[in-house]
Unconditional design. Structure first.
Length: 67
């Protein structure tokens, strides 16, 4: 099943800019149908599985006070 960019971003919990970034770096394959870009649900699931294996890093800005 193919989904559009808006749905792919929603499923991944990311914004459009981040979706295009991971598409351009080929971390998430995309399918072009005419002028439309679509994402295969199997590729989205595989991307999520690969992401589970990566360490999670939290960055805290030095310029913003906490709390």
């Amino acid at each position: 099943m193919l989904v559009d960019a808006r749905e792919a971003a929603r499923l991944l919990g990311i914004g459009a800019r981040k979706l295009w970034e991971i598409t351009n770096t080929r971390e998430l394959p995309a399918v072009r149908i005419g002028r439309a870009i679509r994402y295969d649900m199997a590729d989205i699931r595989a991307f999520i599985e690969r992401a589970k294996d990566k360490p999670f890093i939290v960055r805290i800005s030095q310029n913003r006070p906490l709390g």
